[in-house]
Design a protein around this ligand. Structure first.
Ligand SMILES: CC(C)(COP(=O)(O)OP(=O)(O)OC[C@H]1O[C@@H](n2cnc3c(N)ncnc32)[C@H](O)[C@@H]1OP(=O)(O)O)[C@@H](O)C(=O)NCCC(=O)NCCS
Length: 170
């Protein structure tokens, strides 16, 4: 059965407490990545209704620190499914409720693989993007997949036709 990206939306809200921070009073990157991993895994599971494991995480750049006492908003959704794997996009914001200031923390892509009862990769439903933004993310997911498979030695650069097309355009 084909699914829509909106079927897999997960919104997670957390409060940054003292135990979540570094010595500068900012949220630790590792704690944020842990929350992101959970939100993304739930999103992938909503898509495939099967247990999933994290296969990879693309590069992650923290644009703004999230302060102690601020709120963390994480929004996750599946952008594209392949055979047994799914790309999940995460958008993360911090929010200072006292100053009424909401600010971007990062955008990231996680890849999950669905597993069957024997722990082997198992096929996931196809996805049908609806909005222009969803279609753009869907198309870009193929290039991002090729790049991450090259970086993890699972694909030869010569096989990455979609990625090469990006450079050939100039
Ligand atoms: C992810 C995992 C299931 C892939 O198993 P595998 O034996 O390499 O299986 P395959 O080669 O058949 O690949 C299965 C899918 O994973 C994808 N995949 C494998 N490595 C990947 C990577 N580094 N990045 C993105 N996707 C990857 C493949 O592209 C394939 O997707 P597709 O079926 O949609 O084409 C396996 O490596 C694993 O269990 N890793 C540990 C996961 C884990 O424990 N995560 C938590 C962190 S401790």
């Amino acid at each position: 059965m084909t699914k829509k990206p909106k079927d897999s939306i997960v919104i997670m809200t957390e409060l940054v407490l003292p135990n979540d921070t570094n010595t500068f009073g900012n949220l630790m990157g590792g704690r944020l990545m842990y929350w992101m991993d959970i939100a993304a895994a739930l999103s992938a599971q909503k898509h495939c209704n099967a247990p999933v494991v994290t296969a990879s995480v693309d590069n992650l750049s923290f644009v703004n620190p999230i302060k102690l006492g601020n709120v963390v908003h994480i929004e996750a959704r599946v952008t594209r499914s392949f055979n047994t794997s799914m790309e999940v996009m995460l958008n993360v914001w911090g929010e200072d409720l006292v100053r009424k200031d909401r600010y971007k923390s990062n955008t990231a892509y996680y890849t999950f693989v669905a597993l069957d009862a024997d722990g082997k990769p198992t096929p996931v439903p196809a996805i049908e993007p609806e909005t222009d933004e969803e279609k753009e993310l869907y198309n870009g997911a193929l290039r991002r997949r090729q790049l991450r498979l090259i970086l993890s030695n699972k694909m030869k650069p010569g096989e990455a036709t979609e990625l090469r097309r990006l450079f050939e355009k100039g």
